[in-house]
Design a protein around this ligand. Structure first.
Ligand code: KMH
Ligand code: ZN
Length: 280
């Protein structure tokens, strides 16, 4: 299968770990809600889902049974690529973040360094990054290299030099921009990051947190990048107007992508794009 040159990978990040259900009651925080969200976002044009799991009290969790339950729920309701977050929440201990790979996702996020995250710290010390990458290689899970600042672009260069490219031979990056503590969600920052990406990079997407969502989306499209959207990253559709659903954000990304003459990739085309290895 070949990937259309004008194809657009839309990833949806529907839940995240940092927003409280009490603050946003329509945040999908149960397996049933995530199954419904996956189905609606697939119909709207998403090809991959970036998942953070919640427990029965809607709190972020890395519990393996729940991780498996959420993965199964998405797989039953859609053919989306399942990407589990290894970032977890800012409060998750490093050692628990490895067990995400035991839930057998096709892809996992892999952040290239520590970032201030508002008043918190998103901790990713270098030895942890190396260990997690080696585990992803061993399990043949496709890492999405998440870059929150320019220093992390260089860390990624070091990681590839040391351990080589992922099992599927492709290198997929996501620029997470506009986090208070990370790089700005601006066209200038995006251009600088893309300019410095390792030559092995075969595809990249970008997401802008909060009010940077549209500027990052437009910058990414104009540089030939892909898109991530979702309620993990943005909770308003325009100033002061709350997002109704994740599918609404996917629909908007697809519509803006269409203006740039980009066509949403189906999940199998996206598997080819990011190099999901065939399962044994
Ligand atoms: N919850 C953030 C601190 C990831 O998913 O890999 C980290 C995060 C990144 O969301
Ligand atoms: Zn995440």
């Amino acid at each position: 299968m070949s990937v259309p040159a004008n194809g657009l990978l839309v990833t949806v990040a529907p839940t995240g770990a940092e927003t409280a259900k009490a603050d946003v009651p329509h945040l999908p925080t149960t397996p049933e809600a995530i199954a419904e969200t996956a189905k609606a976002c697939r119909a709207a044009g998403a090809a991959m889902i970036h998942l953070h799991v919640r427990d029965g009290e809607h709190r972020p969790t890395l519990d393996l049974t729940l991780l498996r339950e959420w993965v199964a729920a998405v797989r039953e309701s859609s053919d989306l690529i399942v990407q589990l977050s290894t970032g977890g929440s800012v409060h998750d201990p490093l050692d628990q973040r490895f067990q995400v790979l035991d839930a057998e996702p096709e892809s996992c996020s892999l952040t290239m360094g520590t970032t201030n995250f508002g008043d918190d710290v998103f901790s990713n010390p270098w030895p942890f990054v190396c260990d997690l990458y080696q585990l992803a290689l061993e399990r043949r899970v496709v890492p999405e290299f998440e870059l929150f600042d320019l220093g992390q672009v260089h860390a990624m260069r070091k990681l590839l030099d040391k351990y080589g490219v992922p099992a599927g031979g492709k290198v997929h990056v996501d620029l997470v921009m506009g986090v208070p503590g990370g790089m700005n969600g601006t066209t200038d920052a995006l251009v600088a990051a893309v300019h410095d990406l390792p030559a092995e990079t075969t595809s990249w997407s970008a997401t802008g947190i909060g009010r940077s969502t549209l500027s990052v989306m437009l910058a990414s499209l104009s540089k030939g990048g892909h898109l991530r959207v979702g309620m993990e990253d943005v909770l308003t559709i325009s100033r002061g107007v709350a997002v109704e659903s994740n599918a609404q954000l996917v629909e908007r990304a697809v519509a803006i992508g269409a203006l740039a003459q980009r066509t949403p990739l189906a999940p199998d085309e996206a598997r080819e794009l990011i190099g999901v290895p065939a399962r044994a």
